[in-house]
Design a protein around this ligand. Structure first.
Ligand code: ADP
Length: 476
């Protein structure tokens, strides 16, 4: 682990195994931190905070750019490790590393623009100034589905704001975070500014983040269930929270859409990362009149996807992350089947030659899907696309909003009025129109309802790491 600028084992001496989900092979062992290790990391971050937060913005920016350069120079190494621990195809892994690095570049530039305000006061002798100051030590918790970009997406705005960080990556994918820590060391960031603790007991480390008064903010990406637990825990000390949680994205194809573009959109949105992203299309709503034509083209596109080891050339879909993921996907498909859905392609696990002991699931399309099926209400997190049909705009808006989630929604249409009406009516933090990729450093990524709080990306994302301080000055 990387604590206070040094490489350390857990105090207990324990380690845990990291496995490749494509083969079931153990690829590394890493330290298994307990609360005492988390405490040491928090203390290191606290010790570094005063100096880091008072550095001139352009100096902080220089460190961040150095880290950006190192990540880009090491993209092949980072991408390979990412594919080995997560399973995603190498090309996707590279894309993730580059995308994640861009957050460092963008926030390095934004560091210079953390402006305060001067506000007209109520008397001649008084001045009102508003300062912007970093919140302090941040406890960051990241998931396994983007082991690299989730790390940079959190540390970039935190470092830009002047915060210091203790990062706890997911137990399935700690290697990308440790490699980034190596590059942080090489970039010469002062000791303690970023610390990484790996653990098989996230609840223990999480509890230390919640109870330790030196941690002023929790930034979490993961399940809504764990997010709620952390938010409840954060309430005891009124810690700031940022939460990027689950989603149940509707993908709406209107009859005036460019069908080929919509098919391509579903393929990207649904099957990227084997369907394991929080913004993956979860429900495909197709207007009745075009449903047969659209479905036919989508079946063909999905049948063309190649499943296999991410390190092999030409693979589009890798394995699921673990057995639990497979059980959930299989559960959704068998529930839908039992309630009358039809499997158009896929619908089963892939085994046999080439699939080893990995958790490979065939890219799957279902139709005759109805609203009472689990797949419509829960996040599937796997390569399964359920097709539902609708008649009118009003109807599809109502059904799309009928969920407790509110992260991303997708619409495909060429009608401008409809674009505006539907985008405004959808209760989601992000709406992609004729587009299937979201998440760029300059835009505010995040959700409403039970999908989360706060935004990552853009100047909005910096706000999450800054406090206002109101200064009232009476002139003598
Ligand atoms: P998923 O179901 O996608 O694995 P989780 O919410 O369980 O989502 O995991 C996301 C991150 O939250 C991981 O880093 C995981 O270790 C961490 N985590 C899980 N449980 C807790 C907890 N009780 N306290 C703090 N972090 C947790």
């Amino acid at each position: 682990m990387y604590i206070g600028g040094e490489w350390r084992e857990a105090v207990s001496g324990r380690r845990f195994e990291v496995t490749n989900p494509a083969t079931g092979e153990v690829i590394a062992t890493v330290p298994d931190a307990g609360r005492e290790d988390a405490r040491a990391a928090i203390e290191a971050a606290h010790a570094a905070f005063g100096e880091w937060s008072s550095l001139p913005a352009h100096v902080r920016a220089r460190y961040m750019r150095r880290l950006y350069d190192l990540i880009v120079q090491n993209v092949d190494r980072l991408a390979r490790v990412l594919t080995e621990e997560n399973g995603k195809p190498l090309a996707e892994a590279k894309g993730e590393v580059f995308n994640g690095a861009e957050y460092l570049n963008w926030y390095a530039e934004e560091t210079r623009r953390i402006y305060g305000e001067t506000i007209p006061s109520s008397s001649r002798r008084t001045r009102i100034w508003v300062l912007r100051q970093p919140v302090g030590v941040v406890g960051a918790i990241t998931p396994w589905n983007f082991p690299s970009s989730m790390v940079t997406r959190k540390i970039a705005p935190a470092l830009a704001a002047g915060c210091t960080v203790v990062l706890k990556p997911a137990e399935q994918t700690p290697l990308s975070a440790l490699l980034i820590a190596e590059l942080i060391h090489e970039a010469g960031l002062p000791a303690g500014v970023v610390n990484v603790v790996t653990t098989l007991d996230p609840a223990a480390v999480g509890q230390e983040f919640l109870e330790n008064r030196l941690v002023r903010k929790i930034s979490f990406t993961g399940s809504t269930e764990v997010g709620k637990h952390l938010m409840q825990g954060a309430a005891a000390q009124m810690k700031r929270v940022s939460m990027e949680l689950g989603g149940n994205a509707p993908f709406i194809v209107f009859e005036d859409a460019d069908l080929d573009a919509a098919v391509q959109g579903v393929v990207i949105s649904k099957f990227r990362n084997a369907g394991q992203t929080c913004i993956c299309a979860n429900r495909i709503y197709v207007q009745e009149s075009i449903a047969p034509a659209f479905t036919e083209r989508l079946v063909e596109a999905v049948r063309g996807l190649r499943v296999g080891h991410g390190l092999e050339e030409g693979i589009n879909v890798g394995p699921l992350i673990d057995e639990a993921a497979y059980v959930k996907v299989e559960g959704h498909v068998s529930d839908a089947r039992g309630k009358g859905a039809r499997v158009l392609t896929g619908g089963h696990r892939l085994t046999g030659p080439g699939f080893d002991r990995g958790f490979f699931y065939a890219p799957t399309l279902l139709d005759q899907v109805s609203d009472e099926m689990r797949i419509v209400h829960e996040e599937t997190f796997g390569p399964v696309a359920p097709i539902l049909t609708f008649r009118t705009e009003e109807e599809v808006i109502r059904r799309a909003n009928d969920t407790n989630y509110g992260l991303a929604a997708y619409i495909f249409t060429r009608n401008l009025g409809r674009t505006v009406r539907v985008s405004e009516a959808l209760e989601y933090g992000m709406v992609a129109v004729n587009d299937s990729l979201l998440a760029v450093p300059q835009a505010p990524f995040g959700g409403v309802k039970e999908s989360g709080l706060g935004r990552e990306g853009g100047h909005h994302g910096l706000d999450d790491y800054l406090e206002y301080k109101y200064l009232s000055v009476v002139l003598d």
